[in-house]
Design a protein around this ligand. Structure first.
Ligand SMILES: Cc1ncc(COP(=O)(O)O)c(C=O)c1O
Length: 409
């Protein structure tokens, strides 16, 4: 195995000498290239500093003395920054313990526009994150899955027909803005228009999209969106529900107790995590355009490398609008498990210490299950996995993909 690896490595060095020098340097330092930013992204150093500082604040944000007011100021400052990330109003941001709790909080029949009834039915996209699929608070018989096509994109014709059939029955649609495994973007604004024409409500899970592409709650036309800090270089365990305006209510709260977060979410606020979320949101917004360009270039280059290594590799939904930092690919006849082990072996000895982190995907399998006629690769595929953003230079990524890919084939 090691010899084969070395041979592959030598081939790669002939192709690109500059890569070789950089890879050697990376290997010498034992550096790994972390690609799995859609699972979680490393805490940004600037954010870590802010979190550490906020951890020292002694006060409870509900106290009126100076210490309490300092903690409150930290929270409100962060709230404004998180709101800005999605062009929302700060007063409509409700902090939660993460994207999962945020989805659980909002996806209830008691989420409603003031003066109206809540939804009798929940529609969810077929490739939603489990925090939506399993985290909503509707009875099972009131839930319907909206099919997706072979790229994992919501079937708007199905949605339209379904809404027409539903008549006066109010629905709540939950559809993600971007998929965590394929990066595919959903037609959320179009879905919002359809849902609103029929008097319904719409939530979007923007956990993967915010901070990677521009997100504007009013442009999307959604009634609520949910976010998570740890996908954008913030701390784990902090997220938010953002309501489109103060004209929305969630009557059945998830965590009841004191009046924190205007009663939407009781419990003493995690000031440090909230401050970190605010800082991460601010940084992500400031570098959004530049980062998107940089990552898109890297992603395209990595895709080209994969195609060179395995000409019949399928890059999932390559023609669809996708997050700039994500691509999912499948190699016919190659089991995902085999691929993952091979990639993981790239951590081993002196040459293999340089490694990649990849994860087996579920979105395609899910699209197959629920999609109508969805058959990426005409059913020949045995493996699906994804590669997402990395933090360092171009060469480690492409060199790594080349090495990992050659190792597999
Ligand atoms: C699309 C999507 N929604 C929601 C979540 C859940 O967020 P959290 O990890 O903050 O609970 C994730 C995390 O993987 C995600 O990818």
């Amino acid at each position: 195995m090691g010899q084969m690896w070395l041979r592959c490595f030598n081939t790669a060095t002939r192709v690109n000498c500059k890569n070789f020098v950089r890879l050697q340097a990376a290997m010498a330092s034992g550096q790994r290239t972390y690609l799995d930013h859609n699972a979680t992204s490393p805490l940004r150093p600037e954010v870590a500093q802010i979190v550490m500082r906020a951890l020292q604040l002694p006060g409870n944000a509900s106290s009126v003395h100076a210490e309490g007011r300092a903690a409150r100021a930290e929270i409100e400052n962060a709230r404004a920054k998180v709101a800005r990330l999605v062009s929302a109003k700060a007063k409509n941001v409700v902090f939660t313990s993460g994207g999962t709790e945020a989805a659980n909080l909002v996806l209830t029949p008691s989420f409603r526009r003031l003066g109206q009834g809540g939804a009798a039915k929940l529609l969810v996209g077929a490739v939603e994150h489990p925090c939506v699929l399993n985290g909503h608070r509707f009875p099972v018989e009131a839930v319907e899955i909206v099919p997706v096509d072979s790229r994992g994109i919501l079937d708007l014709a199905w949605l339209k027909a379904h809404l027409e059939k539903a008549g006066d029955e109010r629905v709540l649609l939950s559809v993600q803005l971007a998929n965590n495994e394929t990066g595919v973007l959903q037609p959320v604004a179009e879905a919002a228009r359809l849902v609103h024409e029929h008097g319904g409500l719409i939530h979007t899970d923007a956990v993967q999209a915010a901070g990677k592409i521009p997100v504007d709650i009013a442009e999307l036309g959604v009634d609520a969106l949910t976010l998570s800090a740890h996908k954008i270089g913030g701390p784990k365990g902090i997220g938010a529900v953002i309501l489109a305006s103060d004209q929305f209510e969630i009557a059945e709260r998830l965590i009841r107790g004191g009046g924190q977060e205007k009663g939407f979410r009781a419990g003493t606020e995690n000031v440090a995590a909230i401050a970190g979320f605010g800082a991460a949101a601010e940084l992500a917004l400031a570098s959004l355009e530049q980062e998107a360009g940089r990552l898109r270039d890297l992603r395209n280059e990595a895709e080209a490398q994969v195609r060179r290594i395995a000409p019949d590799a399928l890059v999932v939904a390559s023609a669809a609008e996708r997050l700039p930092n994500t691509f999912a690919f499948a190699i016919p006849g190659l089991k995902a498990e085999t691929a993952l082990i091979a990639f993981d072996l790239a951590r081993g000895g002196p040459v293999l210490r340089f490694g990649l982190l990849v994860r087996k995907g579920q979105a395609i399998a899910c699209a197959r299950r629920h999609g109508r006629g969805a058959r990426p690769g005409r059913g020949r595929l045995a493996s699906e996995f994804r590669v997402v953003e990395h933090t360092r230079g171009r060469d480690p990524l492409c060199g790594g993909v080349r090495k990992g890919g050659r190792h597999l084939i």
